[in-house]
Design a protein around this ligand. Structure first.
Ligand SMILES: *[C@@H]1O[C@H](CO)[C@@H](O)[C@H](O)[C@H]1NC(C)=O
Ligand SMILES: *[C@@H]1O[C@H](CO)[C@@H](O)[C@H](O)[C@H]1NC(C)=O
Ligand SMILES: *[C@@H]1O[C@H](CO)[C@@H](O)[C@H](O)[C@H]1NC(C)=O
Ligand SMILES: *[C@@H]1O[C@H](CO)[C@@H](O)[C@H](O)[C@H]1NC(C)=O
Ligand SMILES: *[C@@H]1O[C@H](CO)[C@@H](O)[C@H](O)[C@H]1NC(C)=O
Length: 954
């Protein structure tokens, strides 16, 4: 059994030993040959940058920076120095964070990989010329950085990789998309022609020669520097802990591949599969560029982080790059399906691959598929702005289990499904139209404490601890390291810090906030604003001797970062929205005081992060928009007594160590297994036709029998709702009378109608038990009294509120109406003029009610052309349970036997509760022979189906 772990990027990539021209600096522009109107150089990108209908400035979140010229060259060049300093850096603060130890690479792959290598492969080590290693690569020891989530693709500063052939961002108008495809085809044809004829265009010939030369060079497999580091570490930790034997990573190489020849690609794929447990997915450069740089980064990522789409700078929401998103997802699904064997488990990760579960479900209906979302999931109000919202949701729902970082995101997802797809969402998942149940759970990811601890002991980390401590001797260090974008809240953080300095000038000479701003995807407007604030703070509060704010616009090495976390007195995270940020976990680990004083530093954490739900009030939670509160939080952190610091830290530490990467893996896999087993039990195809002869034998054998039969849709067809006087078919009455005539039989009928209606309907049948209002009322056979399961006093209270909500919708849906029950309200739109429109509105209505009435224990459930609003937990299953309980009691008192035969027949979702109850009785041995039958072709828990429909029973 293999576990496929699919995420957009593999944990490995390849590094080429040439061609040398790629390593040289200077813009290398593999241009598309001029065919017709195709434009070279900066004009292409400036055209494509300014196309978005709503945008008049440059797009805020694009990889491609405002100066289009620069953008193109960043993508395509290699910068020899991996650390880009602040332009015009003057202060020595910036210099101290330059790397000062140059060492050859000490790459250590996870030990299981190493073993494999040692067993068979020597080539990998051989073909790596050590002198080509830039300094950054010593980051890559045991573990992956957690925060490498969304760097640019195809512009590695670390490895020698082919440049991208994708032409800047794809055009944003849908109409233009088609034009590009044509151009691409033309380009391909020209390309081929040039390969054949040595007299190709001038411009082209250089690139062609690169193509050839590239394949002549050796390559080595390296640990990737982009991708989901948290996931890589977690899976490695689980492998190390022996929880997972056979796994196969599925992902792209994380570098452009168009320039690689086919035999090279095959060779790489083979090596990855054999030696690195990795299945490479190849998609063309322009597909990946459109998918990742465009759809994921400029549309999905902002929406998932509440960048409200009606912001004037927002991208158009109906976007051409969707096509690329679909293509890449399809490539993943194809690759996995081709390698899948029965019994394998498929685990898809993150928002880049939302469609893969659905695509795989079509190809492999029986497969065990899990999905985990590492980022936040927005509220349905935000999500519904996406043009392709239903496609995305349906894609995700292909999984058996959908995991989220916290309850809030899961809740948002359920709500979004119930609202946009109009399916029933329960606390634990979604019931799809075809009856399939998709589980949803919360399973926060953690770090691997063991690996991080090893990493912290690395000599360069300790060296950095010394350097930084010396530089800031006597100062109290606050740290932050964030990407400079609208989501991380850097602006809010610095403003709060300014407020803090203004309010409490006595701290001015003691504290220093070291804010590292890493930024490949710069937002010039934000940069300018932040720069202004920084200058203001600096000019107001700096003295010749001390500068309380150190703002570095450069990234730092992993070792420096760990050292900073070690010497800091407080870490401040003010993200405006964030899935689960493992930086705070790392900070807590680094604050154990083993390598530096002070220790047990408090954590100031935005309440809008997933980590906030994990750490709760052990961290100092702040609302990043509330500057005064943040300023006070800084003061609180600085003034906290050592006892309190230790108390809080100890609890944080316990959480970090116990909610770790391996427990995350374990919990998720157990839940997935459970979900899948439950699913396979319910598979519709495995429900056999009812075997009449075997039922007959069981029936005849039993000395006492219990029948529970559904009324609407089973005994009678669904009556027209306008027939106020519902009549029971004569045939059904006869059947019931026949059954009751036999004194061995106890017969109940269940319905959603009110008790008095049912009394009238079944007056011709004496001795019949009745379950009314979907389980809210029960009348035993030969009794006159109704037993009440719902609380009708409560119902009066909540119905008032719900009725006003329903009225709002009823007024807007022509032909719909509200029906009263004692314990419930029914919203019925079967007669609506526009049933499809009503269906949508009803979903919204259900959502509205579920939100408003959560506290009152009330929920709205979609039924056939309507909604049924009742108290949570009151259902036909509960009523059935009450019947069997009182029957058992009765039998005990009278010294009789329990029935030996139980038959349940139903047709709708509410009847599943009764099937479930019946099967429990059977497995508990209370009743020997249980027969459950569903009418129609639903996916069901019943053990038999009767497809020919209503009323045919003997
Ligand atoms: C293209 O770049 C050149 C040189 O950098 C510049 O002079 C020119 O204005 C740019 N053209 C456009 C359309 O941006
Ligand atoms: C976590 O937060 C830090 C600091 O706010 C940021 O630099 C980093 O990118 C975040 N990590 C992820 C995975 O988003
Ligand atoms: C901040 O102020 C100090 C001292 O006045 C000065 O040397 C430094 O250049 C200033 N830094 C910035 C980024 O303005
Ligand atoms: C992870 O957490 C579990 C319990 O939650 C614990 O038994 C295990 O030792 C932890 N692993 C590490 C590496 O700390
Ligand atoms: C009928 O009952 C007898 C004895 O109780 C048992 O041996 C037999 O298997 C039963 N037949 C069926 C069809 O359940």
């Amino acid at each position: 059994m293999t576990i496929f772990v699919a995420s957009l990027f593999l944990p490995y990539t390849v590094n080429f030993d040439g061609p040398p021209s790629w390593t040289a600096s200077g813009p290398e522009t593999p241009e598309i040959p001029k065919t017709g109107s195709s434009l070279p150089g900066n004009s292409t990108s400036s055209v494509t940058l300014s196309q978005t209908p709503k945008t008049d400035g440059p797009p805020s979140l694009s990889l491609f920076t405002p100066s289009s010229n620069a953008a193109l060259s960043t993508v395509l060049t290699k910068t020899p120095d991996p650390l880009i300093q602040t332009p015009g850096a003057t202060t020595d603060h910036e210099k101290i964070f330059r790397p000062h130890v140059e060492r050859p690479l000490a790459l250590s792959l996870p030990s299981h990989v190493k073993q494999k290598q040692e067993q068979g492969q020597k080539a990998v080590q051989q073909d790596v010329p050590p002198q080509t290693r830039p300094a950054l690569s010593k980051d890559l020891r045991g573990i992956s950085r957690h925060d490498i989530h969304s760097p640019g693709w195809g512009k590695s500063f670390v490895w020698n990789q082919p440049p991208s052939r994708a032409k800047s961002p794809p055009p944003s108008s849908i109409l233009k998309h088609a034009a590009v495809e044509v151009k691409e085809k033309a380009a391909a044809i020209v390309h081929k022609a040039q390969k054949k004829s040595p007299r190709g265009a001038h411009r082209r010939s250089r690139t062609v020669s690169h193509d050839r030369r590239f394949s002549e060079f050796e390559y080595s497999v390296e640990k990737a520097v982009i991708g989901n580091g948290g996931l890589f570490n977690a899976i490695d930790a689980a492998t190390e802990a022996g929880q997972l034997d056979e796994k196969l990573w599925v992902g792209t190489l994380g570098c452009p591949i168009d320039l690689l020849e086919d035999h090279m690609k095959e060779n790489i794929a083979e090596k990855l599969e054999n030696d690195y447990d990795s299945l490479a997915v190849y998609v063309s450069d322009s597909d990946l560029n459109g998918h990742y740089e465009h759809y994921c980064k400029t549309i999905l990522w902002p929406v998932f982080h509440y960048q409200i789409p009606d912001h004037p700078k927002s991208k158009a929401y109906e976007d051409h790059s969707w096509v690329f998103y679909v293509k890449v997802n399809e490539a993943f699904a194809d690759r996995i399906a081709k390698n899948y064997k029965k019994g394998d488990i498929i685990w898809i990760h993150d928002y880049h691959l939302l469609l893969v579960p659905g695509l795989l479900r079509q190809k492999l209906p029986e497969a065990e598929i899990g999905f985990f979302l590492h980022t936040a999931f927005p509220s349905s109000e935000i999500f519904r702005c996406l043009a392709v919202r239903s496609e995305l949701l349906e894609g995700i729902l292909g999984a058996n289990l959908i995991g989220f970082q916290n309850d809030e995101y899961g809740h948002h997802f359920l709500q979004t499904c119930s609202r946009l797809l109009n399916v029933e969402a329960t606390k634990h998942g979604v019931i799809l139209e075809n009856g399939r149940f998709v589980h949803v759970n919360t399973c926060p990811i953690g770090i691997d404490p063991k690996a991080l601890d090893q990493q912290r002991r690395a000599p360069e980390v300790l060296e950095w601890v010394k350097t930084i401590t010396e530089k800031y001797r006597g100062k109290r260090i606050l740290v932050g390291r964030d990407k400079l974008d609208n989501i991380r809240g850097v602006r809010q953080k610095i403003l709060s810090y300014e407020l803090f300095l203004n309010k409490y000038p006595q701290y001015k000479d003691q504290v220093v906030l070291i804010q590292i701003a890493t930024s490949s995807t710069e937002d010039p407007e934000l940069s300018a604003t932040v720069a202004d604030i920084v200058t203001r703070v600096n000019s107001t509060h700096s003295t010749l001797a001390h500068q309380p704010l150190v703002f570095l616009k450069q990234d730092i090495e992993f070792a420096q970062y760990l050292a900073l976390l070690t010497v800091a007195e407080c870490l401040m995270i003010t993200s405006l929205r964030e899935g689960m940020n493992l930086t705070s976990h790392e900070f807590v680990m680094c604050q154990d005081g083993k390598f530096a004083e002070p220790k047990h530093g408090p954590l100031v954490l935005s309440e809008f992060t997933g980590s906030a739900t994990v750490f709760g009030h052990e961290a100092i939670l702040v609302n990043p928009w509330h500057y005064t509160q943040c300023a006070e939080a800084i003061k609180q952190a600085l003034e906290m007594s050592p006892e309190e610091r230790e108390r809080r830290w100890t609890r944080l530490y316990d959480i970090v160590v116990n909610q770790n990467a391996t427990t995350w893996y374990d919990r998720y896999m157990k839940a997935l297994n459970h979900a899948w087993k439950e699913h396979s039990v319910r598979e519709a195809t495995s429900v056999p036709r009812l075997s009449v002869s075997s039922v007959k034998a069981k029936y005849q054998n039993a000395s006492k029998r219990l029948f529970i039969l559904d009324y609407e849709g089973t005994l009678a067809s669904w009556g027209s709702p306008t027939d106020i006087i519902l009549t029971t078919p004569k045939r059904a009455i006869d059947v019931l009378n026949d059954l009751i005539e036999d004194p061995k039989n106890i017969v109940y009928v269940m319905s959603s109608r009110m008790p008095e209606e049912l009394e009238r309907l079944f007056s011709p049948v004496s001795g019949l038990g009745i379950i009314a209002e979907n389980g809210a009322y029960v009348r035993a056979p030969d009794m006159d009294e109704w037993e009440e399961l719902a609380n009708s006093e409560n119902a009066k209270a909540w119905k008032k509120g719900v009725r006003s909500i329903l009225q709002y919708y009823a007024e807007r849906i022509e032909g719909s109406r509200i029906e009263e029950r004692h314990s419930a309200l029914v919203f019925d739109y079967a007669e609506a003029d526009d049933v499809a429109g009503a269906f949508k509105q009803a979903g919204e209505c259900a959502n509205h009610i579920n939100d408003a009435c959560q506290g009152q224990n009330v929920c709205a459930v979609p039924i056939e052309d309507g909604l049924y609003i009742s108290e949570i937990g009151i259902n036909k299953g509960l009523a059935a349970q009450m019947i069997s309980d009182s029957l058992e009691k009765q039998c005990r008192i009278r010294g009789e036997k329990m029935p030996e035969f139980l038959m349940v027949i139903g047709d709708s979702r509410e009847d599943e509760y009764v099937f479930n109850w019946a099967h429990r009785l059977e497995s508990a041995g209370t009743i020997k022979d249980v027969v459950t039958v569903t009418v129609g072709a639903r996916n069901t828990e019943a053990s038999a189906t009767l497809t020919q429909g209503v009323t045919g029973k003997s």
